[in-house]
Each structure stands twice: as structure tokens, then as C-alpha cells.
Design a protein. Structure first.
Length: 218
């Protein structure tokens, strides 16, 4: 953080977003582009997960929709993991541009592996349940539920950590005075992930899931 912010408490927190934006503007274009793609995908996921969360509140009658929106989420989740994974690799392999951007806050670095692992657990077990139902016993459902609890706690911290920054990054590629090379590619990737997710969900909806059919009839 800027040394003036540490030494001068009179600088209000309202100035922090503007100063953060100015700092990001001094970074290499590739670093900025990666941050914008990550922010855009994060905002998309936040909105989609809110919809998915509604299905959890009434999981039995909305079970089919729970799986539908779960499939829609898969491509955006993979895109988000790819963008953050790329930054992770570049930073820890010593890329000077990513080192100039600095690491995330310690708490966010600490929970990042938890978010990544539990995300995979929730989606892998979810797909398994949709495909096979209770064929391999109740363990998969228990792992799915436990993974979701841990995932929810970790992602809540993650969202709070990026709540101010992600929306600002998401809109910058749509502002003419903030355009950066690769804006069309980033918008295409984000939009394409949503379209691909919808196509995947619609394809999955053509199959009757044994899990859905068995639990709706109980």
C-alpha cells in the first residue's frame, strides 16, 4: 500500500478505489487484462450464484433448476479458475510484471486453495449425483453437502475481499477512456462462457437424472 496511506490517517477510505485504479493503470497491459477478465468473471459468477442460491432455499421443488443452473455455472467457473491460475503461475515463476502488481492480501492468499479445492469438490460431486444418483451410496451427497458448507464460508471471505475492486474492473473494458488491448477477447470469453453454460445446461436437461427423479418422488 502507498506509504502515504500508512502514515497519514487523514486520507479517507473513499480515496482508496481511485488510488487503486491509478496504481493498476501503471501495470503492464497483460497484468491489467488478466485482472479485468478475473473481475468480469467474478461479477458474472456472483450474479449466477445468487440465482443458484435461491434454488437451495427450496431445494426439493427446485431440484431440477438447481442442477440446471449448476451446469450453467461450469464454464464461467472454469474461466475464473483459468484466469486466477494464470496469474498464480506467472507470479510464482518470477514474472516481473506480476510481481509489480503484488500478491493478494494474506487472508485471500490463505483461502485461495480452499476455494479452488472445494469448488472442484462441489461441482464434481454434483455432476456425479446428476449422472448416477444414489447408485454408489449416500457418501457422494454427504461430500457434496459438506463441500458446499466449506466452500460457502471460504467464498464469502473471498467475495468480501474483492467486493469493491471486481465491479470496477468489470466495467473498465466498456469505458472508452479506459480501453485496453484485448478488450474484445475478454468480453468474448466472458460472454462465451455464459452461452456455453446455457448450451451445456440445455443439453443436460434432455436427460432425466436418476437423482432428480428419485428425490422428487420421495
Amino acid at each position: 500500500m502507498d506509504s502515504r496511506l500508512r502514515s497519514n490517517p487523514s486520507l479517507s477510505s473513499e480515496k482508496l478505489p481511485a488510488q487503486a485504479s491509478q496504481h493498476e493503470g501503471q501495470l503492464a497491459p497483460g497484468v491489467q487484462g488478466n485482472a479485468r477478465l478475473t473481475g468480469t468473471t467474478g461479477v458474472i459468477l456472483f450474479a449466477m450464484l445468487a440465482v443458484e442460491g435461491v434454488t437451495i432455499l427450496r431445494i426439493r421443488p427446485l431440484l431440477s433448476w438447481h442442477f440446471f443452473f449448476g451446469f450453467v455455472l461450469v464454464p464461467p467457473v472454469l474461466l475464473k479458475m483459468a484466469s486466477t491460475g494464470y496469474r498464480f503461475v506467472r507470479y510464482y515463476t518470477g514474472d516481473r510484471h506480476y510481481h509489480a502488481a503484488g500478491p493478494p492480501k494474506p487472508i485471500l492468499r490463505l483461502i485461495a486453495p480452499v476455494v479452488a479445492v472445494t469448488t472442484l469438490v462441489v461441482f464434481i460431486t454434483g455432476v456425479e449425483l446428476w449422472l448416477y444418483g444414489d447408485q454408489f451410496g449416500p457418501s457422494w451427497l454427504r461430500v457434496h453437502q459438506l463441500g458446499f458448507v466449506v466452500w460457502f464460508l471460504a467464498v464469502s471471505i473471498h467475495v468480501l475481499g474483492y467486493l469493491a475492486r471486481a465491479p470496477r474492473l468489470a466495467v473498465e473494458d466498456f469505458q472508452p477512456d479506459r480501453r485496453l488491448a484485448g478488450a474484445l477477447t475478454r468480453r468474448s470469453l466472458a460472454g462465451g462462457s455464459i452461452i456455453t453454460g446455457l448450451a451445456l445446461a440445455l443439453a443436460a436437461a434432455q436427460r432425466v437424472s436418476p437423482f432428480v427423479s428419485s428425490h422428487l418422488t420421495r
